[in-house]
Design a binder for this molecule. Structure first.
Ligand code: ZN
Length: 161
């Protein structure tokens, strides 16, 4: 059964890549919480959580296509150093957020600096990776009206304001 929409879902997880490196994690003591049905996490992971009982664990393996997409060489772009403000220090590996013409935020990484030429990488940092989630479903509850209007979870695993 898929998860009902507008629920606060709290999970613990360890995310590893194909080499077993831990990329990210959350635990019962410090859970990750999201609102279901809002595309806040990878859709297939959310679907798999819908098949789990509270308190159960599962290993979910997502291919790049099921995760953050395949690595796309077309998402590389070379710009001149002058495109960046002078007072901004630029180093390989740094990430920035650009605004697209329609106002969307487009995060990118400085992939390479060769003289005045700077290669930007607009791929998701996890593009091309096979992701293994060792996930535990900790709890489910209905989201409050306030949480729904803010679009995020309040309290454990969420925002504190
Ligand atoms: Zn809020």
């Amino acid at each position: 059964m898929p998860l009902k929409s507008n629920q606060v879902v709290s999970i613990g997880y360890t995310l590893t890549d194909e080499s077993g490196n831990v990329i990210d994690s959350a635990s019962a003591a410090s859970p990750f919480s999201f609102i279901s049905g809002k595309n806040q996490i990878l859709p297939l992971l959310e679907e798999k959580l819908g098949e789990m009982l509270i308190g159960s664990k599962k290993i979910v393996v997502l291919s790049p296509e099921e995760g953050y997409g395949i690595y796309d060489e077309m998402a590389l772009q070379v710009v001149n150093r002058s495109e960046f403000p002078n007072d901004v220090a630029i180093e390989e590996g740094m990430s920035f957020i650009a605004d697209s013409p329609d106002g969307k935020e487009m995060p990118f990484l400085i992939k390479k600096i060769e003289g005045e030429n700077i290669t930007l990488d607009f791929n998701h940092p996890l593009a091309g990776r096979t992701l293994t989630f060792d996930v535990e479903l900790l709890s489910l509850r209905d989201a409050s009206a306030e949480e729904l209007s803010h679009g995020h979870v309040h309290g454990a695993g969420g925002h504190h304001h």
